[in-house]
Ligand binder design. Structure first.
Ligand SMILES: [Zn+2]
Ligand SMILES: [Zn+2]
Length: 267
């Protein structure tokens, strides 16, 4: 069977990009950094943008689509995104327009080596989704940019071997930080971002339903630290009875924090 690989390449409020591959079939989820940065990150894994067969977009915020314009200028490949995000994508990446294909929640896109199913997430964009990806019986999920974990999201991620999940901010750091009050309210709201505490409350469910690799993602560089994110989820997992390893090693669950810049393997 072909090797399956899933990596976060960039992960923070400054730019997000996930790479997944099933053998020679290679894909991206979001490209919120420059195409050059993305190419360099792919090179570090022995790949390249020329190998990418499609890009999936969660939503139209710049930290998810910044590199799309240059990618679509130089490569011919489908760009799957929620239809309501098309306008925002067109404004930032006009060359992407002719490649756009609409995603329907709960409707799988079936490609070579991967079945990609979007699910809606509550976020302050025109539309937003996470993905469950099935590759010959191996599954992973990604859910970031969401104010809270909906039942639908929990259902979609149930049984995924690996999950990339948002752990955006430490609530106290955000409340005491220097963001304007309206921005704080937006982030804390139901259509904002998932806090370390909300993430930690959810991860034991994932561990109990078959997830053995958890990657905490989309950390705020200003309102979080990798240590705070890790410690919140680690404690919740340990209290739920899961044995946790910080790396590929012994333990029921491997827990890692995706760096803002640099590859982090999820599967
Ligand atoms: Zn967003
Ligand atoms: Zn984002």
């Amino acid at each position: 069977m072909d090797e399956k690989r899933v990596y976060t390449l960039f992960s923070s409020s400054d730019g997000n990009c996930v790479y997944f591959a099933n053998g020679k079939n290679e894909y991206l989820i979001d490209c919120g950094v420059s195409a050059r940065s993305c190419e360099n990150a792919l090179n570090s894994l022995g790949s390249s943008l020329t190998n990418i067969k499609a890009v999936f977009v969660t939503h139209e915020h710049a930290d998810h689509i910044r590199g799309l314009e240059m990618i679509c200028k130089h490569f011919e490949l489908p760009v799957y995104a929620p239809a309501a995000s098309f306008g925002g994508i067109a404004a930032c990446a006009p060359h992407a327009v002719r490649f756009l294909a609409p995603l329907e929640p709960e409707t799988a896109v079936i490609l070579e080596g991967a079945e990609v199913t979007p699910f809606a997430t509550p976020h302050d964009s025109a539309a937003s989704c996470g993905f469950r990806v099935d590759m010959d019986g191996v599954s992973f999920g990604i859910a970031t940019d969401m104010g809270y974990v909906t039942k639908n999201t929990a259902r979609a991620l149930c049984g995924c071997g690996a999950v990339i999940i948002e752990s955006n901010h430490d609530i106290e750091m955000l409340k005491n930080g220097d963001y304007p009050q309206n921005v704080k309210q937006r982030i804390l709201g139901n259509h904002g971002h998932l806090s370390n505490d909300a993430c930690a409350a959810f991860v034991p469910y994932l561990a109990q339903t078959g997830t053995s690799s958890l990657v905490l993602a989309h950390l705020s560089p200003r309102n979080n630290t990798p240590r705070a994110a890790f410690s919140a989820s680690y404690t919740a997992l340990a209290e739920s009875g899961a044995s946790v390893a910080a790396g590929f090693g012994e333990g029921d669950v491997r827990l890692a924090v995706a760096p803002a810049c640099g590859a982090c393997r999820a599967l």
